[in-house]
Ligand binder design. Sequence first.
Ligand code: MN
Length: 202
Amino acid sequence: MAFTLKPLPYPKDALDPMMSARTLEFHHGKHHAAYVSKLNELIKGTKHENADLETIIRETANATGAEKKIFNNAAQVWNHDFYWESLAPNGGGTPPEPVLKRIEASFGSFDNFRDKFVEAAVNQFGSGWAWLVLKGDKLEITTTHDADNPLTHGERPLWTCDVWEHAYYLDYQNERARFVKTVIERLANWQFVGKLLAESQG
Ligand code: MN
């Protein structure tokens, strides 16, 4: 099954000025698109050819060599699909009550969650992702390196921020902390997190 680049869930200028149309043009239109076409090229004629994305990710998670390349591209496609859903025009602000209660139960307060998330994102050396995940019944902040994804670590992703340089360099240059803080405060799609949390209890 050939994968296609999922369209952005909003127009590419909808997150401006927190995330510019130019960033989305490159990040979605070039970087994300390249992972999709590379994945299609790599799985052609292999046992992964007709598998869905999550299956490919799980089956190649600890691979080396050619299979590792498949993992990297499959996980990057999944991570970016999830990242675009994690953002929303007019996002940010205070999460809806059920989400806020879970955040307060795990991190004490929303401000503490935000500060800890920014700190973790900044301390992720090199390329990677910062995540809010569900582990057991507790919310945790975690980071992954390069394409790695919490699904292969027994965690359920609830929200993410891309901390590869291509995610912020055009708008924030080297200021990763300011980027992540802005994304949490102004763009986070808490409705999406609420929906995932509700599903996890169902
Ligand atoms: Mn990216």
